[in-house]
Design a protein around this ligand. Sequence first.
Ligand SMILES: N[C@H](CCC[C@H](N)C(=O)O)C(=O)O
Length: 264
Amino acid sequence: MATAFLKMHGAGNDFAIFDARQVALAMPPERVRRLADRHRGIGCDQLIVMEPSTRADVFMRIFNPDGSESGACGNATRCVARLLGGAATIETRGGILTAANAEQGVTIDMGSPRFGWEEIPLAYAMDTADMPVAWSELERPSAVNMGNPHVIFFVADANVVPLESLGPEIEHDLIFPERVNVNIATVLNRSHIRLRVWERGAGLTLACGTGACATFAAARRRGLVDDSATISLPGGDLIIAETAGGGISMTGPVSTAYRGETDL
Ligand SMILES: N[C@H](CCC[C@H](N)C(=O)O)C(=O)O
């Protein structure tokens, strides 16, 4: 029997979204891998399942194409918020997020970044603002948790870093017990950062919302940017700002929702 889904993207980060609020939908890793495959399945950076929540408008589960589950996905949160409309609350494994829909895009309060080494998590104690580690020419990164783990390298030119090879090497390094999303950032000025991301469980994507937030938080902590900045990713720009409560908000575009059907 065919199952309906919606296909959407936020700044080029694309998702297959299933609505399991009325009827439960199991997503074992093998099914995720098959559906996320860009040749044999629907094809997406992440597979999203909307489930009922007792604490928010919806519980959003997030699956990477390798079948692993994540606690946060900024761009998908914006897409789901657009589907819900108005002011929405979205619960994920990483926390409860609030969203606001507007003409020019969707704004999500992504909550406060976590900087403790155990919160990232790292395998042992370390200064997460300036880690004494290196992989080839990438060195001295920061680490931030936005509901999912991120490592951020600040470099002179993000475009020349061989992320296809260094990304998976860093993602799977044992210093990151839950693996990690790898962010390569170039600070252009105090309100503009260029960013490329190798995503945990997904590889190179055109944009990563939590990566943009984590990179902004790390740059803020190093005094490199003011209280808001445009993050330019290959797929588009996200506007990141510090909220009054010390959290981080993210605003960006959301695509049309295309309807589809698939056999599970
Ligand atoms: N690959 C990420 C999940 C998706 C994050 C990204 N698509 C976003 O917009 O935040 C992880 O395993 O933590």
